[in-house]
Design a protein around this ligand. Structure first.
Ligand code: AG3
Length: 280
């Protein structure tokens, strides 16, 4: 729904607020079996991809999200080799993961091949590692995939999903985390995008409780700016079977991530700390 033909607007559900980007052209509009994929040229954020009308990626700010969804978890693990990405069809997370030389294989399980085909065409900068021999792109249901994965088959699971509505809702639940726990090695880590600390604190809390119930002992919710997502402020929750190691030094090129950012991203403001201490 737009206010004006020259602006793309995502109204933030139940918040009485919205994000608008001035658009100069609409270059793609496709209804797949799963969702509507639309791509716009914007005046100042490069290209924009929306799924069912929700902002997923812009050229200008996706690096923050994709770096925070990958490097903190990779560098916290002593030596990650096998990675599973669930969702992530635009391939921005995959590209960040494959910057690390110690990674030997990444299975990326995205439900909608249409997202990846559209990203390859309209966001080539995110797809530069799609032909890396370590990348295995699968188009399937991530929930089914994890249920049939062998025990201890991954060092790291990255859940790069959309909002918890429709098919993605199951990616925010206890049964799914339980299956992830089983598919991870003893030193394994899971990181899931966990929505806005300002708007969705109750969801972050319930995700953390579900992760705990699934056996993950240590959790760390990382906060970072994401100006085109609801509230402009976003989070990713890292879960570990044991305690969290000190991160290794980052030896790949990044634009947002640094060891200082990693440390500060883990600091919770008092309102959120209080919320996340509530047992539900
Ligand atoms: N995944 C998180 C998108 C959630 C945005 N929500 C919204 N706009 N209402 C993005 C996928 C990037 N690889």
């Amino acid at each position: 729904m737009t206010l004006d033909k020259t602006w793309y607007t995502e109204k933030w559900q139940g918040q009485g607020a919205a994000i608008s980007l001035r658009v100069t052209d609409k270059i793609h509009d496709e209804q797949t079996d799963y969702q509507r994929i639309e791509i716009y040229e914007t005046e100042s954020f490069g290209r924009l991809m929306t799924l069912d009308g929700l902002v997923m990626v812009t050229d200008r700010d996706n690096f923050i999200y994709h770096e925070m969804m990958t490097h903190p978890a990779i560098l916290t693990h002593p030596n990650p080799k096998k990675v599973l990405i669930i969702g992530g069809g635009d391939c921005g997370a995959l590209k960040e993961v494959l910057k690390h030389k110690n990674i030997v294989r990444v299975d990326q399980v995205e439900l909608d091949a249409g997202v990846t085909r559209a990203a390859e065409k309209f966001f080539p900068a995110l797809c530069t590692s799609n032909n890396d021999t370590r990348a295995n792109l699968v188009f399937d249901d991530g929930i089914k995939w994890i249920q049939k994965s062998a025990a201890a088959s991954y060092d790291l699971i990255i859940i790069d999903s959309t909002d918890p509505v429709g098919p993605a809702a199951g990616l925010f639940e206890h049964g799914f985390y339980r299956a992830c726990f089983a598919a991870l090695t003893d030193e394994g880590l899971l990181i899931a995008q966990s929505e806005s600390p300002l708007f969705h604190d109750a969801l972050i809390n319930s995700m953390r409780q579900d992760m705990n119930k699934s056996g993950f002992e240590t959790l760390s919710t990382l906060l970072f700016p994401q100006c085109t997502y609801p509230s402009g402020w976003w989070s990713a929750t890292l879960a570990s079977k044991g305690s969290l190691n000190q991160p290794r030094t980052c030896d790949v090129d990044t634009l947002y991530y640094s060891s200082g950012i990693h440390e500060s991203a883990q600091v919770l403001p008092p309102f959120l700390k209080r919320k996340l201490e509530q047992k539900i």
